[in-house]
Design a binder for this molecule. Structure first.
Ligand code: NAP
Length: 321
């Protein structure tokens, strides 16, 4: 089968990709969105907001909105204007080719699955894990990166959240709706989270803190039964009995697909031109968390998706002028 050609293909379906889809669909570019495939709790179409509870700072929602609801509404808005969405992952791209080649499935197939004049990259970032062997064994069995997905299972139980940033504090606060006690395990003696989130957590009687503490192991054969914790000041090791552990220690950009083809910074974030979504390659645009390690907000991701769609549209137009 010859590859299907599109003016615009969007890779990724968080707020950046879906906003780019809404704008390019309304510009009559009939974009195709490769939204990804669910492969774990922390990796699914819709991006990180699928793992979030209440979003209180997205303008237009005075009472807040649940992350997954916001994403499903953005998706519906994109398809309403004609964006086509496929639940697949791109396995290979040839960004320097003209037209650009995008493979889905077998990455060594001769022909790309799709070709495109312009590609908008919005593959976002993913949860960082601690790197313990137990994480592979216990993910989905008491170990989670998603309080929204799994909090319900821990009603009246004692659980822990690892991390000291906004994600950790937000998840811990949400989890107190269910759990009888949430211990926040943080490697330092002060939180990175914003002051308003901190004070909410400090005021919450169901939240306790384990300061200067690292996780040596997560215990349990087929489900979480506890954690082995080490105090970094005294080196003392102790066990904390918990039935659930939520990891919330940050994110990495999803840029493996573009290695060697696009310039990246030391942490793997794509480099775009100042105040633009353009990259060093003609017809290749990047938006959202995949190129933003500073703001990393849903609203900034959505805004940069809008920029990418407009940049792509103008670039396509300039080729016809
Ligand atoms: P983050 O701000 O990078 O915080 C990561 C936390 O995990 C830090 O406290 C860090 O410790 C700790 N950590 C990192 N690696 C670790 C390891 N290997 N072992 C133990 N602890 C480790 O990440 P985030 O909380 O996911 O937030 C990301 C961005 O999204 C931030 O800009 C945040 O403001 C934003 N965000 C906003 C909201 C909201 O406004 N509603 C909600 C969630 C996230 P150190 O502090 O010692 O480095």
């Amino acid at each position: 089968m010859p590859p299907a050609h599109r003016e615009v293909v969007i890779i990724g379906s968080g707020p950046a990709g879906l906003t780019a889809a809404i704008y390019s669909a309304r510009a009559d570019l009939a974009p195709l969105v490769l939204e990804g495939e669910p492969s774990s709790n922390s990796d699914q179409p819709g991006g990180q907001l699928m793992l979030t509870t209440e979003v209180e700072n997205f303008p237009g929602f005075p009472e807040g909105v649940m992350g997954p609801v916001l994403m499903s509404d953005m998706r519906a808005q994109a398809t309403r204007f004609g964006a086509e969405i496929e639940t697949v992952k791109a396995s290979r791209v040839e960004l320097s080719a003209s037209p650009i080649g995008i493979w889905v499935g077998d990455p060594v197939a001769d022909e790309p699955t799709h070709t495109a004049d312009a590609v908008i990259i919005s593959t976002g970032a993913r949860s960082v894990m601690l790197g313990l062997e137990a994480e592979e064994r216990l993910i989905g069995h008491g170990l989670s990166t998603c309080a929204t997905c799994d909090g319900f299972f821990f009603r009246d139980q004692e659980i822990a959240v690892v991390g000291g940033g906004d994600s950790a504090i937000e998840e811990a606060t949400f989890l107190t709706k269910f759990a009888s006690k949430v211990t926040i395990i943080h490697r330092r003696d002060e939180l990175r989270a914003s002051k308003i989130m901190q004070s909410r957590a400090f005021d919450n009687p169901r939240i306790e803190f384990a300061w200067n503490t690292v996780v040596d192991d997560i215990l349990g054969d087929d489900k979480v039964t506890g954690m082995r914790l080490r105090d970094t000041v005294t080196d003392k090791v102790r066990e904390l009995p918990v039935t659930g552990v939520f990891i919330a220690i940050g994110h990495r950009p999803n840029t493996d697909l573009f290695a060697g083809q696009l310039p990246m910074d030391d942490n793997g974030y794509l480099l775009t031109h100042p105040d633009r979504s353009t990259t060093d390659l003609e017809g290749v645009f990047a938006c959202g968390d995949v190129q933003d390690h500073t703001y990393r907000q849903a609203i900034t991701a959505a805004a940069s998706g809008c920029m990418a769609a407009i940049d792509a549209e103008r670039w396509l137009q300039s080729r016809h002028d």
